[in-house]
Design a protein around this ligand. Structure first.
Ligand code: PRP
Length: 184
């Protein structure tokens, strides 16, 4: 089905098929690495919801799922600012392996903070799985343990990623035309 939203893109970076293939590839790695472990997949809302739902359905073992909502204090230029936790875990992660599932790593601040925050909860391990990595955006040192794609520092939307809360439901990943966000 064609989406009107595609007209707002200047470029398609990853098609539905490429995403599905990438998600399957990462799921196989995760399934191999966490064989016989107690894995808790923690999706970070909102951006991570579509990736998380596709990814966990490709994992052929029993896992637990949970979600968190976080937001930054607003000063995006600061690399030290803490995050506000808007929704906490409801799962006990003690002695379990936690995999944080995010749509994008940009500055790295969100995940670096979350990793620290969750490490105080007694997890056996904490790793990061990101759909997209924008290495050029990094202001803190952080590496995703699993990543599906790398992308340039462009305004990407779709497959969970938004502009002003829209475009998350676009089933592919593309670059938004500058006219769209400049005129908003
Ligand atoms: C995005 C994304 C990550 C974070 C990454 O979330 O989902 O959580 O930014 O950026 P960073 O590496 O620079 O910290 P956003 O705050 O846009 O919220 P959303 O998930 O609700 O879209």
């Amino acid at each position: 089905m064609a989406h009107d939203m595609i007209n707002d893109l200047e470029e398609i970076l990853f098609s539905r098929e490429e995403i599905a293939e990438g998600v399957r590839r990462i799921a196989q790695e995760i399934a191999r690495d966490y064989e016989n472990r107690q894995l808790v997949c923690v999706g970070i809302l909102k951006g991570g919801f579509i990736f998380m739902s596709d990814l966990v359905r490709e994992l052929p073992m029993q896992i637990e799922t949970d979600f968190m909502v976080v937001s930054s204090y607003g000063n995006n230029t600061s690399s030290t600012g803490a995050l506000i936790i808007r929704k906490e875990l409801t799962t006990d992660i003690r002695n379990k392996d936690v995999l944080i599932i995010e749509d994008i790593v940009d500055s790295g601040r969100t995940l670096s903070y979350l990793k620290q925050y969750l490490s105080g909860r007694g997890a056996a391990s904490i790793k990061i799985c990101a759909l997209l990595d924008k290495p050029e955006g990094r202001t803190v040192e952080l590496e995703a343990d699993y990543k599906v794609f790398e992308c340039e520092n462009k305004f990407v939307v779709g497959y969970g990623l938004d502009f002003a809360e829209k475009y998350r439901n676009l089933p592919l990943i593309g670059v938004l035309k500058p006219g769209v966000y400049k005129n908003a």
